[in-house]
Design a protein around this ligand. Structure first.
Ligand code: ASP
Length: 327
């Protein structure tokens, strides 16, 4: 019995060693990071910075591929169905945790169809408006929204995106109906906001700061708990301090691989992500846009997954209370 047990154990160890050996040279070709939003937006920006910083530790080219639409669910589904060989990965944001409560039929299972590779950053959002908007501070904006109930257009990156979520909370806290205008990402939405085709948008500091600095959009507040230290946002109140008690939202991004990716590959990728996040260039590029690179335990795959689960519970309740759903 003991011998049999030992033989089985030895065979299992041999199998693991053989599998690890088969992946020892990974990656042997370029790795693709799928971004489920349009090019030029916050998710795209972090993915491109990460791709750049991953090149050295992976000793390979890392390519960003935008598969946008339906609030990020099309790109996420693509990665869930990809071959689990470490060559197709997903960089997705808070939408990973909000989509399950919003979509009646989600084409993947958030907790079962992915390997979690670590949370990478957190960014506050800003509430911004078109340049010609007839309000210059949050108090005026609030009056303007209620005077134009139902006529105010607020852009977002599709159902379940961070901008959609922020718009939902804003609408609920102001008790004023707005018209939600979906785009494939906040980059194209920003173009329309600057052009005055839409009135408002919630956007991560990553993409909003350059436009606020260039005075191409108006800023009414930030969604963080404390005011932001960036010079262009230091005068902007938090939305909670501007009168929306409890309004707080930070948008995080994480990296995922399809379920079944070999553990040797996952370990290699997690190690490379940790190295990439220590890259001073990457840290600097994120910090000037108000983004914090994650350095805590959520870089551990198991902690990343636990965090997503906790966010699913938190946002699930807020979404259920809002009555919002999508097909
Ligand atoms: N910032 C977008 C969002 O609102 C997504 C993106 O385009 O990166 O979710």
């Amino acid at each position: 019995m003991g011998i049999l047990k030992n033989k089985v154990a030895a065979a299992a160890i041999g199998l693991i060693a053989a599998t690890s050996a088969a992946w020892a040279d990974y990656p042997e070709k370029p790795v693709v990071l799928v971004v489920p939003f349009a090019a030029g937006g916050p998710s795209d920006k972090i993915a491109r910075d990460l791709a750049e910083a991953l090149r050295k530790p992976l000793a390979q080219t890392v390519i960003v591929d935008n598969t946008a639409g339906a609030g990020g669910t099309i790109g996420a589904a693509r990665v869930a169905r990809a071959t689990p060989d470490g060559y197709t990965l997903l960089v997705h944001h808070i939408g990973m945790s909000t989509a399950p409560a919003l979509y009646k039929k989600l084409p993947y299972k958030t907790l079962e169809d992915f390997e979690y590779l670590g949370l990478i950053n957190e960014a506050p959002s800003t509430l911004i408006g078109k340049p010609g908007l007839a309000a210059n501070n949050f108090a005026d904006l609030r009056k303007w929204i209620s005077a134009n109930e139902g006529k105010v257009n607020i852009a977002n990156a599709g159902v379940g995106s961070a901008s959609h979520l922020c718009g939902l909370i804003l609408q609920a806290t102001l008790s004023s109906k707005m018209t939600f205008v979906p785009y494939k990402g906040t980059a194209p939405a920003m173009t329309d906001l600057m052009g005055g085709q839409v009135d408002l948008m919630c956007e991560q500091a990553t993409n909003a700061v350059p436009q606020i600095e260039a005075k191409k959009v108006k800023v009414f507040g930030v969604t963080s708990k404390q005011r932001m230290a960036l010079p262009s946002l230091a005068q902007s109140p938090t939305l909670a301090e501007a009168g929306l008690a409890g309004f707080e939202m930070s948008v995080w991004h994480g990296v995922y691989a399809p379920k079944g990716t070999p553990s040797a590959v996952l370990a290699r990728l997690n190690g490379a992500i940790r190295t990439a996040l220590k890259d001073p260039e990457l840290i600097k590029r994120q910090e000037v846009l108000g983004v914090r690179v994650v350095t805590d335990s959520r870089l551990e795959p198991a902690e990343h997954k636990k965090y997503v689960e906790a966010e699913m519970t938190r946002w699930g309740k807020i979404i259920k209370d809002s009555g919002e759903t999508a097909d």
